[in-house]
Design a protein around this ligand. Structure first.
Ligand SMILES: *[C@@H]1O[C@H](CO)[C@@H](O)[C@H](O)[C@H]1NC(C)=O
Ligand SMILES: *[C@@H]1O[C@H](CO)[C@@H](O)[C@H](O)[C@H]1NC(C)=O
Ligand SMILES: *[C@@H]1O[C@H](CO)[C@@H](O)[C@H](O)[C@H]1NC(C)=O
Ligand SMILES: *[C@@H]1O[C@H](CO)[C@@H](O)[C@H](O)[C@H]1NC(C)=O
Ligand SMILES: *[C@@H]1O[C@H](CO)[C@@H](O)[C@H](O)[C@H]1NC(C)=O
Ligand SMILES: [Zn+2]
Length: 953
């Protein structure tokens, strides 16, 4: 038997494998298919206009995903996806030249399941001939500002899996297509590149950036999307579409549009074909003699005949003019056919290394409010991701009994689909109508209900106990029925575990925690006998081994933070403020703040209270906490835990009062003496970190028109400020908006409640009702660490990972055990043979099919950010799991829809010489000399090696 090793050659790499268990299924790699042989011919000496018929089908927005699919509630918005697909398939059959692209697999999957064998045969043929092409192909078109990479990879995998299972290689999307998301994250581009996409097109970018790019012909570029991965691994050809995602003006031939049809009778007075040709010739801001025209828009093609009939004529008459010397050639095409032409042109493309945030479509219209909109939904989505990972892992570890066992039938698919839908750019982004937000939350709850059965079954298998188990919906004890009876609270800190947690849980019950590190721990928890001791003395200093915090005893605010290991102290004042949201009544612009847009009517926020009333609550020797009361609707608990390096700020904001007629955007601001000047740092989808600078964009000379909103950026997991000596890092529990307006300061937007719609289509002011009060109460946590900059990643990487993957708690009814030693009823199980190296994170462990599992091993450090951890790492795949016998492994693309050895992306030339960043260390192992596995291998930064047992360390 040979040894299978996975090697993560560089920092920040994700390696995806299918592991074969038990019976060896065939692992023949599928043959490599040649790219789009079905693309229409173009004319090299002419301007080729690629018409791309498409529909943009939001997976929920003004209506729920079900209402959109069925065409229900057309009084809200006329849209019915099932009719769109019916109609398009019908029209495609009428002429082999016609093309259509389809994007959202959440909808296609539903439609496909309702089709007859005959229709399926026809559709399969259309796909095989390239007439119907899948583009993007994830479950949805994800939001880029408020999503976490883990959930994005999962939702892409779900959609791509369906397409591969259904259509094989011909169903594999080659182009990523984010025509509507409101700004673009670099990590998304990196993910797309690693998934094997050849290119990426989008519609929205800052209006100043767009104007410049049109002038300099830089609408198309090469995006180098990672500072860690060696080019071209994370390089993605990226194009900005000329008309957003709409048709050019005057060319909208959907039933929902009012544009005149092609009037093709030259004897008629309004014959307009010549004018159309001229319009195409005017679009001269692209480098090649090819341009792409998106022919379609939101939920269009319900009556596809209108579109195709007019496009047929457009093509016929415009091309007929070629006989009279016209140099315009119009054709039906697809994004991948257009991309192929650009590639053949073999030009040199400009290089892009930053991202496309924030997005503004006018001087006072910054789409930076949605970074924070609907904070509770954003948290729930994040918690659901954690639960889904747990569910996936327990499905593997518990075996077949987990889906069908003592507690009934459970599954992870419902949760996967609910999470897939929740990644949509009007879901977790918070830009949907209120009734649709409820629908997303309900889907996640239903998904969890299915997972919960699976988890019960699996834990019964793993623990050998079938007695009933209760899950707390959250750690707030008031909603956990089994624990309601007791008044005492125990703080337990199981810091020995790989992921340490802090639990507020109750005595006398058998607790078990399932960690995403695959450990289950059973513990009979007993009361420590300590009650809350409340004293109001003004002892305002708190110290454990790692941190010391002081409060100002006149204001009750935080005043300093000390790292006791490094002996560093910073001044740290924290308070809560609100920006007065613009109502649109303003001489510069009528733009109000809304679900998308952040527009304060003054750069100076109002302080909620200059002082806080504080209450000291010393709980135990393991936790110290102070509660600060700022107003009836803002409070905070400040906590320090024994053995932890972070300060926890648990904020509660709401219901935000609006009786004064003022919309409010609530922030907390940390003011320090760190000399950060104009710089601050934000993560991209929870992964790599980007540098930000106030009133500055790396790619153009910014004319700043909104001093606050124009400096906001999204964070998904962390932000920091630093100088030579100090770095203050804030780890968050959900996606939020963040900025640094003053030297040494960092502000995070926590909650917003607004009175006006912001004219971007949602048609409602963002004013979330609460369950118990008038207005939503949001609560969340910020974790603060103070370190020297070169040690920061070692602390914030694991901290952020622990925040993303929360342990799942469950309670079993237990007999009170008066004086029993804890050891007596302690048990544990670990799915891993050994703890993974600190740099490696098991991003995915999920049942793939009957005899195989999908795993993703992630190197979670960026190149150069950690002296100890930013190093190549080798993991033995066979010794990874304690209960799984691994017989073989095959490497796949990140999206798991292509074998790695079949990946063959288009190559592009770029202006700047690609200088790969030096990795922190040379590869220590003599790996290169070994023979690769008989399965798939590649020249990528992941590899699988096979060696004889005993020869491997
Ligand atoms: C593409 O252009 C490069 C120079 O930029 C040249 O070396 C190469 O031969 C060209 N390739 C093709 C296929 O024309
Ligand atoms: C649980 O939530 C309720 C309502 O927000 C609150 O009153 C109560 O104090 C919370 N309990 C704990 C232990 O946090
Ligand atoms: C930290 O600083 C204090 C006073 O400045 C000093 O007494 C102490 O020895 C220092 N500790 C460390 C670990 O450097
Ligand atoms: C501000 O806090 C003080 C206590 O520090 C409290 O008495 C006062 O009512 C608070 N003001 C508001 C507006 O809540
Ligand atoms: C894609 O699906 C086909 C069957 O349609 C299967 O043979 C192939 O292994 C799948 N590819 C991957 C990478 O899973
Ligand atoms: Zn959309």
């Amino acid at each position: 038997m040979t040894v299978l090793n996975a090697k993560l050659k560089s920092a920040n790499n994700i390696c995806t494998y299918v592991l074969l268990l038990s019976k060896c299924v065939s692992t023949e790699c599928s043959t490599v298919h040649t790219a789009s042989s079905s693309c229409p011919a173009t004319k090299p000496s002419m301007l080729n206009v690629h018409l791309v018929p498409h529909t943009h089908d939001d997976v929920g927005w003004l209506k729920t995903v079900d209402q959109y699919y069925h065409g229900d509630r057309n009084n809200i918005q006329h849209a019915g996806v099932q009719y769109i697909l019916d109609s398009v398939i019908d029209q495609l059959q009428k002429d082999p030249a016609r093309r259509f692209i389809y994007v959202e697999t959440a909808f296609f999957y539903r439609w496909w399941r309702q089709q007859s064998q005959n229709t399926r045969r026809i559709v399969t043929q259309l796909v095989n001939e390239g007439r119907l092409e899948f583009i993007n192909g994830g479950w949805c078109m994800s939001d880029e500002a408020t999503t976490h990479y883990s959930a994005v990879i999962d939702q892409m995998t779900l959609g791509l899996r369906f397409l591969n299972d259904t259509f094989g290689e011909c169903g594999r999307p080659r182009v990523a297509w984010h025509i509507d998301p409101f700004g673009h994250a670099r990590e998304h581009a990196s993910i797309f590149a690693q998934m094997g996409y050849d290119g990426f097109f989008f519609g929205r970018l800052d209006y100043q950036d767009k104007a410049r790019r049109m002038k300099t012909k830089e609408m198309e570029m090469l995006w180098r999307a990672s500072e860690s991965l060696t080019p071209p691994l994370a390089d993605l050809f990226t194009g900005v579409l000329p008309n957003g995602y709409n048709p050019p003006e005057g060319f909208c031939w959907d039933q929902s549009c009012n544009d005149a049809p092609i009037r093709d009778d030259p004897d008629l007075e309004d014959y307009n074909v010549d004018e159309i040709v001229q319009r195409f010739l005017n679009a001269a801001f692209y480098k090649t003699n090819h341009i792409i025209m998106t022919m379609g828009s939101d939920f269009q093609y319900e009556n596809a005949n209108l579109w195709y009939k007019n496009m047929d004529k457009l093509i016929k008459y415009v091309n007929a003019l070629q006989a009279k010397g016209s140099k315009v050639n119009v054709l039906y095409s697809t994004p991948s056919c257009y991309l192929q032409e650009l590639n053949l042109a073999n030009l040199t493309w400009p290089l892009k290394t930053d991202d496309f945030f924030p997005y503004a479509d006018d001087a006072h219209d910054f789409w930076t409010g949605y970074f924070t909109s609907r904070p509770a939904l954003k948290l729930y989505e994040r918690l659901s991701n954690s639960r889904l990972q747990t569910c996936n892992q327990l499905e593997v570890l518990g075996g077949p009994k987990s889906t069908s066992g003592p507690f009934g039938e459970g599954d992870s698919d419902t949760m996967k689909r609910a999470m897939g839908v929740a990644q949509h750019h009007d879901a977790v982004s918070g830009t949907e109508k209120q009734h649709v937000a409820y629908d997303y939350a309900r889907r996640l709850a239903t998904g969890w209900a299915h997972c919960e059965v699976l988890v019960r079954n699996s834990l019964a298998v793993l623990s050998g106990s079938e007695s009933p188990r209760v899950f707390c919906e959250n750690l707030n004890i008031s909603v956990c029925p089994l624990t309601e009876s007791s008044q005492k609270v125990l703080y337990a800190d199981f810091s020995k575990l790989i992921h340490t947690i802090k639990v507020h849980s109750l005595l006398n019950y058998n607790l078990s925690f399932f960690f995403n590190s695959l450990s289950v721990l059973y513990e009979c928890v007993q009361s420590s006998g300590q009650d809350f001791s409340i004293n109001n003395k003004s002892v305002l200093m708190y110290a454990f081994k790692f941190l010391k915090v002081t409060f100002d005893d006149t204001t009750g605010l935080l005043s300093s933070l000390t790292n006791l290991e490094t002996n560093q102290t910073i001044r740290l004042t924290q308070n809560f403020y609100w920006y007065n949201a613009s109502s649109g009544n303003n001489k510069e612009s009528r733009q109000p703040s809304g679900a998308y847009i952040f527009r304060p009517n003054s750069s100076d926020p109002f302080v909620i209270n200059k002082t806080a009333e504080i209450q000291i609550v010393t709980v135990s020797s393991t936790v110290q906490e102070v509660t600060q009361w700022f107003s009836p609707w803002v409070s905070q608990v400040v906590r320090l835990y024994e053995g932890h390096r972070e300060l926890e700020l648990e904020w509660t904001v709401g219901p935000v009062p609006i009786a004064d007629g003022l919309g409010k955007e609530v922030i907390t601001r940390l003011d320090t003496d760190i000399e950060s000047s104009d710089y601050f740092y934000t993560d991209s989808n929870g992964r790599e970190v980007l540098e930000r600078r106030k009133d500055y964009r790396p790619t153009w000379d910014l004319k700043q028109t909104e001093p606050i909103a124009g400096n906001y950026y999204p964070i998904n997991s962390r932000a920091y400020i630093k100088d030579d000596k100090h770095q203050l890092t804030v780890v968050t529990d959900r996606s939020q908006g963040v900025s640094s307006i003053y030297n040494g300061s960092l502000e995070i937007m926590l909650h917003r409640r607004l009175l006006y719609d912001d004219f971007r289509g949602v048609g409602e002011p963002l004013s979330e009702p609460g369950e118990f009060f008038d207005g939503l109460v949001a609560r969340g946590r910020l974790l603060l660490t103070l370190t020297p900059p070169n040690m920061a990643a070692d602390v914030h990487r694991p901290l952020a990972q622990g925040m993303v993957l929360q342990p799942l708690l469950s309670f079993q009814d237990g007999t009170p055990l008066a004086n029993t030693k804890l050891e007596v009823c302690r048990g544990s199980f670990s799915g891993l043979q050994d703890a993974l190296p600190p740099a490696v994170h098991l991003l995915t462990l999920s049942q793939w099919d009957k005899d195989s599992v999908l795993i993703r091993l992630e190197h979670q450090y960026q190149a150069k950010e950690s002296k100890t951890h930013s190093q190549p790492i080798t993991v033995n795949l066979q010794k990874l799991f304690s209960t799984l016998e691994v017989l073989g492994a095959s490497e796949m693309s990140l999206g798991a829809n292509q074998w790695k050895e079949d990946m063959n992306r288009l190559q592009w030339n770029t202006a700047k010489a690609s200088k790969p960043l030096p990795l922190s260390a040379k590869d220590p192992s003599p790996w290169e000399n070994r023979q690769p596995t008989d399965h798939c291998t590649s020249q990528s930064e992941c590899s699988i090696g096979v060696s004889k047992p005993g020869t491997d360390s």
